[in-house]
Design a protein around this ligand. Structure first.
Ligand code: ARG
Length: 456
């Protein structure tokens, strides 16, 4: 493409070092859509005829079809997807093909392709987030009576409904989807026409191109437009955050299906055995997902680091944006898909989980609240229950087994009604403020999410 200026052939090491076709071939649909829109703008400007436009569009469509079918041969001598497609087009339709790159540089072309790609992938990741949310809501509804201890510091804290725990993740994935949607605002900006860095003396109708490709806005600074990869970094952050949420869910599931917890059982299709220990049933999906969050963070770091030292405008370093982006999209997408499938096959061991809530220590806060309702200041109530807890441990006697007289030794406010506290279902029902895990609230949220996800 630059043979006019050069006398020597490119070193074969450089050809291999610099090629991006092995990974940017993925942008072929976006590249062709961008080229068709560009060609239409060239026709409007009178640079190509109506007939030439038709040849270009037909030629590009035929190439697209062949790539989709796996019949197209990419050539690493042609470095990237842009030159592979353009060279092939020119081979097929001759001189007309050579007119396509008028008023365009690969710098604005690749920026365009990437934005179109991120736009498409935003939709596909959002779809996968929705499916993940649906799997969680379905599982929560299936085991709507299940309770388990809620933890802080990985110490048993207070009993909660299992569905409330799952719905926490539904909220997290909702924020992830909202972040992706918000980021679209910055992705959805049309950079073509920025040329290499300073536009072109052939001024095309950029609004027309944007309209063809369904862009909401047109970039306003050609230098920024060819060097901006903020939207890639932002997308990578959003995918890393999804990774963080998936990793936390995975960790919960790994704990829950250990013998120590035993709250859930994963199905055979979503676990693996051990080649040595016959008894093992391992939560590999959850472990892999927890592990893959590291890759998602790494890809974000990689993009940010690539950007930090770049002088304006386009620098070849920017070619390094694609592999992290593609890898994160693949990784987060696959993790969402398989995690949803794993959740769908998960069983809750309701008896074991409820049993874990029978530890009466989980009701210590309820005892303090009981005293508050009888007029004791909370700090004092907290101290009373602290002493009561120490007594219970010392005497090796659970709260329900402690004698009323002993209770009254700690506070005169105790009467026989204290024993009503140690019943999980009524303890949960009392937690009725917005966002708290009363069965009624949780039921309402399950219905809310079920409907919302269905409407989408
Ligand atoms: N393969 C390049 C990339 O991915 C395309 C742009 C190349 N531009 C250039 N002036 N060498 O960034």
């Amino acid at each position: 493409m630059w043979k006019g200026r050069f006398q020597e052939a490119t070193s074969s090491l450089l050809t291999q070092y610099g090629e991006s076709i092995s990974f940017d071939w993925r942008l072929y649909k976006q590249d062709i859509a961008g080229s068709c829109a560009h060609a239409r703008a060239l026709e409007r400007k009178g640079i190509i005829t109506h007939d030439e436009l038709a040849q270009i569009v037909d030629g590009l469509e035929a190439i697209e079809h062949e790539i989709t079918e796996g019949k197209f041969e990419f050539d690493i001598q042609l470095e990237d997807i842009h030159m592979n497609i353009e060279a092939e087009l020119t081979k097929r339709i001759g001189n007309t093909g050579a007119k396509l790159h008028t008023a365009r540089s690969r710098n604005d072309q690749v920026a365009l392709d990437l934005r179109l790609y991120c736009r498409d992938e935003t939709a596909s990741i959002t779809q996968k987030l929705r499916s993940m949310q649906s799997a969680l809501v379905t599982c929560g509804s299936k085991f709507s009576n299940a309770v388990l201890p809620g933890y802080t510091h990985l110490q048993r804290g207070q009993p909660v409904l299992f569905a409330h725990h799952l719905l926490a993740y539904v909220e997290m994935f909702e924020r992830d989807a909202a972040r992706l949607e918000d980021a679209l605002e910055r992705i959805d900006v049309m950079p073509l026409g920025s040329g290499a860095l300073a536009g072109s003396t052939i001024a095309l109708d950029r609004d027309f191109i944007a309209g063809q490709l369904g862009f909401k806005a047109v970039s306003q600074n050609s230098m920024d437009a060819v060097s901006d990869r903020d939207f890639v970094a932002e997308f990578l952050f959003n995918l890393a955050m999804i990774g963080a949420h998936l990793s936390r869910l995975s960790e919960d599931i790994i704990l829950w299906c250990s013998s120590e917890f035993g709250f859930v059982t994963l199905d055979d299709a979503h676990t693996t055995g051990s080649s040595l220990m016959p008894q093992k049933k391992n939560p590999d999906i959850a472990e892999l997902t927890r592990g893959k969050s590291g890759r998602l963070y790494g890809n974000l770091m990689s993009m940010l680091t690539t950007l930090k030292g770049l002088p304006m405008t386009y620098n070849r370093d920017l070619q390094e944006d694609k592999q992290p982006l593609f890898d994160s999209i693949d990784t987060a997408g696959a993790a969402l898909e398989i995690s949803a499938e794993m959740i769908a096959g998960m069983q809750v061991n309701e008896v074991t989980a409820r049993e874990a809530c029978s530890d009466s220590m989980l009701f210590a806060t309820d005892i303090a609240d009981y005293l508050v309702k009888k007029g004791v200041p909370f700090r004092e109530a907290h101290e009373v229950v602290g002493k009561l807890t120490a007594y219970s441990l010392e005497q090796n006697t659970a709260f329900p087994k402690i004698k009323l007289e002993s209770y009254q030794g700690f506070s005169e406010q105790f009467d026989a009604s204290v024993f009503d506290l140690f019943e999980i279902d009524s303890a949960l029902a009392a937690r009725s403020a917005i966002g708290a895990p009363s069965p009624q609230n949780v039921e309402n949220r399950l219905v809310y999410w079920g409907k919302k996800l269905e409407d989408r």
